[in-house]
Design a protein around this ligand. Structure first.
Ligand code: NAD
Ligand code: ZN
Length: 344
C-alpha cells in the first residue's frame, strides 16, 4: 500500500510502499477513508535526532477515519464494513485515567510503548491503518468521513479545552480564540454552539479571519497589541473569561496572558514554544493557566453526536495520497485554510 512516511529525522515526508498490516488479537484493520494533517506533525518533524521519541520510518497521520476491513481474534463490538473514526490518544487502558475514558492523560502509555497512530505508531496517512483495540473507534454511520475526520483532533482538542471553561462563559462574557486554523475554526463554532459568550478571533492571516467570521466569530482582529484594548472594551473592563491559544508562540502567550481577566481561564493548546509565567504578580487573581492535551474518549463520542445534529461546518482541503507531502508544505507556508485531509 502507499503511505506518507517520515523516514528519518530532518527529511521531508515521502510517499512510499509499505506492507498492508495484519490485525493480531484484539486489533482491527481499517481501510482508510480519510486522514487529517495536523500542525503537530510539522512540530514532530522539526524535533532534533537527539532524543527523538519515535521509531522511524513512521507513517504519519493521527486523525483517521476508515471502514473496518478485517478484525483479529477477540474483536466483537465492531463489524467488518462499519464506518468509524479513530480515537487517537491511546492509553494503557486500565489505570484510573483510562477507566474514566481520559486516555489522553494516561501517564503510563509511553513507558509501555503505547503510542497514538502517527505519533509513535504507524499512522493513518496510508491506504490501511492498524488499530490496537476496538475501544479506539467510534462509529460515524452516514457522516461524511472527510468532513468528520478532523473532529478526532482538530475538533476534539478544542472541545476538551472549552468544556473545562464552560462555567465561565456566561452571557456578557468575552472569549478569545488565537489562531484560526484547523483547530481554531472548529473552536469558534463550538464556542458559539456551547456558550453564550461573545467570541473574538485573532489571527495574522486575513483568510483565517475570514474563516473565523464564517465559523461564527462576532469579532475578528489582527493578532497584535491593538486587540488588548478591543477585548477590554468588549468585556466592559473585565478582560476575557477564557482565552484559547491555538498558536502557543511567545507572541501569542504574551498577548493571551494580558487579555485574560480575573478568575479567567488561559488554555495553551498550540505548541509554539511560548510560556506563561505563573506567579502572584504575573497573572490575574483567580485565573487558571493550563495546557490541554487532545481529549477524552467520551468527548469524542459527544462530538460525533454533535456532528450528527448537522451543526458543525468543518472546512477541509482535499488531497490525494501522492500529494500528502505537498499538503504539508502548504501547511508550513501557512497556505492551508481549515484542515488538510488526505483521501487515499
Ligand atoms: P494550523 O496551521 O491549521 O493553524 C494555525 C493558525 O494560526 C493559522 O490560521 C495561522 O495563520 C495562525 N497563526 C500563526 N501565527 C500566529 C500568530 N502569531 N498570531 C495569531 N495567529 C497565528 O494549525 P493547527 O493544526 O490548527 O494546530 C494549532 C496548534 O495546536 C499547533 O501548534 C499544533 O501543534 C497544536 N496542537 C495541539 C494539540 C494539543 O493536544 N495540545 C492538538 C493538536 C494540535
Ligand atoms: Zn494533532
Amino acid at each position: 500500500m502507499r503511505a506518507v512516511r517520515y523516514m528519518s529525522v530532518g527529511e521531508k515526508p515521502r510517499v512510499t510502499d509499505v506492507e498492508v498490516p495484519e490485525p493480531g488479537p484484539g486489533q482491527l484493520l481499517l481501510k482508510v477513508t480519510a486522514a487529517g494533517l495536523c500542525h503537530s506533525d510539522l512540530a514532530v518533524m522539526s524535533w532534533p535526532a537527539d532524543g527523538f521519541p519515535y521509531e522511524l520510518p513512521m507513517t504519519l497521520g493521527h486523525e483517521g477515519a476508515g471502514r473496518v476491513e478485517s478484525v483479529g481474534p477477540g474483536v466483537s463490538r465492531v463489524s467488518v464494513g462499519e464506518s468509524v473514526v479513530v480515537y487517537g490518544p491511546w492509553g494503557c487502558g486500565v489505570c484510573r485515567m483510562c477507566a474514566q475514558g481520559r486516555e489522553n492523560y494516561c501517564p503510563h502509555a509511553a513507558r509501555l510503548g503505547v503510542f497514538p497512530p502517527g505519533l509513535g505508531s504507524q499512522g493513518a496517512l496510508a491506504e490501511y491503518v492498524l488499530i490496537d483495540s476496538e475501544r479506539h473507534v467510534v462509529p460515524i454511520g452516514d457522516l461524511d468521513p472527510v468532513q468528520t475526520v478532523p473532529l478526532t483532533d482538530a475538533g476534539l482538542t478544542p472541545y476538551h479545552a472549552i468544556k473545562r471553561s464552560l462555567d465561565r462563559l456566561v452571557a456578557g462574557s468575552v472569549t478569545v480564540v488565537i489562531g484560526v486554523g484547523g483547530l481554531g475554526h472548529i473552536a469558534v463554532q463550538l464556542l458559539r454552539r456551547l456558550s453564550a459568550a461573545t467570541v473574538v478571533a485573532l489571527d495574522v492571516r486575513e483568510e483565517s479571519l475570514e474563516l473565523a467570521r464564517r465559523s461564527g466569530a462576532q469579532h475578528t482582529l489582527p493578532s497584535d497589541e491593538s486587540a488588548l484594548e478591543a477585548v477590554r472594551d468588549l468585556s466592559r473592563g473585565l478582560g476575557a473569561a477564557a482565552v484559547f491559544d491555538f498558536v502557543g508562540a511567545a507572541a501569542t502567550t504574551a498577548l493571551a496572558r494580558r487579555m485574560v481577566g480575573q478568575d479567567g481561564d488561559l488554555a495553551l493548546v498550540g505548541i509554539g514554544g511560548g510560556t506563561v509565567e505563573v506567579g502572584f504578580e504575573s497573572v490575574p487573581f483567580g485565573s487558571r493557566t493550563g495546557i490541554t492535551y487532545w481529549g477524552t474518549r467520551s468527548e469524542l463520542i459527544e462530538l460525533i453526536d454533535l456532528a450528527r445534529q448537522g451543526v458543525l461546518d468543518v472546512h477541509v482541503e482535499r488531497y490525494g495520497i501522492e500529494s500528502g507531502p505537498e499538503a504539508y508544505e502548504r501547511m508550513e507556508a501557512g497556505l492551508v485554510k481549515g484542515r488538510a485531509v488526505v483521501v487515499p
